[in-house]
Ligand binder design. Structure first.
Ligand code: MRU
Length: 350
């Protein structure tokens, strides 16, 4: 079975965005629709509520949100539309703070918005076309990441992944799962971390892999160390939400623990992500904003509550893995072994 559509973008005079609702997968396949009336604010609410999630996916979704905002106000004079777009970009940027792909995509939209010299209708059309281009580019970038990353995967490899860095976390194909897809003939098994508390591994990664017939085994996060100790993991491969200039990596909570265990057992720890996830303006991981999400995602799930009422809850949605624990960073431009500030800078220079 082919990979799933994370989002469908219909440009044109009445643009429409459809998002697969990742909160109800895999029990239900339901697409939610966002038109010009939803605008940037409606799309920002969808991102904050995790209808769509995953760093590259929220970036391209935000670009669609900007195009919807432009379509909504296309009858205004261009200068007033540009003001609306600046406000829309601010609302979208605030929807989730950690993944830098969001502000990267919004910056690309605002470059078009502020330099456009046509009327508002032409600017709206330009933003709709940009959203379509970012979607196409993301899939091409992920395929390149997959090709590069596959060279690191040996015959019969058993790889462990955390969260979901697959087609659902991108416009298609995936980053960490893009490497799995590209190397699937050599991969004997994918260990899928459940990924508490939002269960992206159990609900999304396991679903993607099963649909494509890639052998996988679901484990709880706390089992990963055991299987590494047993010599049953040949590589860990994860995605990323923001890579600082020195190579520190923010990714789904639990990634840091995995990296430590991988180092203790001499298992290579690979991070896959597009160049748009590298943030040269953030010097080190300590400066990466870590999103704190609602307690309700920890005290229960999907309407079932197991924790006692009134218990104090902490819920950082991401953690930071120091660069020294990263064996290699896999990007569309190639692989950076043992990433550090100088190697990241060289990668960005091309
Ligand atoms: O909270 P989420 O589900 O948006 O977190 C997603 C992750 O941490 C992914 O690993 C990351 O965004 C990379 S997706 C290609």
């Amino acid at each position: 079975m082919s990979a799933v559509d994370t989002l469908r973008w219909h440009g044109g005079p009445a643009p429409l965005l459809e998002l697969i609702d990742q909160r109800v997968l895999p029990r239900r396949i339901r697409y939610r629709r966002y038109d010009a009336r939803a605008g940037a604010a409606g799309v920002a609410r969808a991102i904050a509520a995790m209808v769509v999630r995953g760093a590259p996916a929220i970036g391209v979704t935000a670009a669609c949100g900007m195009a919807l905002e432009a379509a909504r106000w296309r009858d205004l004079p261009r200068e007033r539309l540009q003001d609306r777009l600046a406000r829309g970009a601010a609302v979208l940027a605030a929807s989730r703070p950690t993944a830098v792909n969001l502000s990267w995509a919004l910056a690309r939209c605002m470059r078009v918005a502020t330099t456009h010299r046509g009327d508002a209708g032409a600017l709206a059309a330009a933003l709709a076309a940009l959203a379509a281009r970012l979607i196409r580019e993301d899939v091409a970038v992920n395929r390149a990441i997959g090709r590069h990353g596959a060279t690191l995967i040996g015959d019969g490899a058993r790889v462990l992944t955390h969260c979901n860095a697959g087609a659902l976390a991108t416009a298609g194909y995936g980053t960490a799962l893009g490497v799995v897809r590209a190397a699937r003939r050599r991969i004997a098994r994918v260990w899928v971390d459940e990924t508490r508390p939002f269960l992206q591994g159990a609900r999304l990664t396991a679903w993607e892999l099963l649909r494509e017939g890639i052998p996988c085994t679901l484990i709880t996060d706390s089992m990963a160390a055991h299987f590494m100790q047993q010599g049953q993991v040949d590589a860990v491969i994860v995605g990323c939400d923001r890579v600082a200039a020195n190579g520190d990596v923010a990714n789904k909570i639990g990634t840091y623990a995995l990296a430590l265990v991988a180092r203790a057992h001499r298992v290579p720890f690979y991070v896959a992500g597009p160049l748009s996830t590298i943030d040269p303006a953030t010097a080190t991981g300590a400066a990466i904003p870590i999103e704190e999400r609602t307690a309700a995602e920890v005290t229960g799930h999907a309407g079932v509550h197991w924790a006692p009422d009134g218990v104090a809850v902490a819920h950082p949605a991401f953690d930071v893995t120091p660069a020294r624990l990263v064996s290699a960073l896999i990007t569309e431009r190639g692989i950076v072994h043992r990433p550090n500030r100088a190697r990241i800078a060289a990668l960005l220079r091309g």
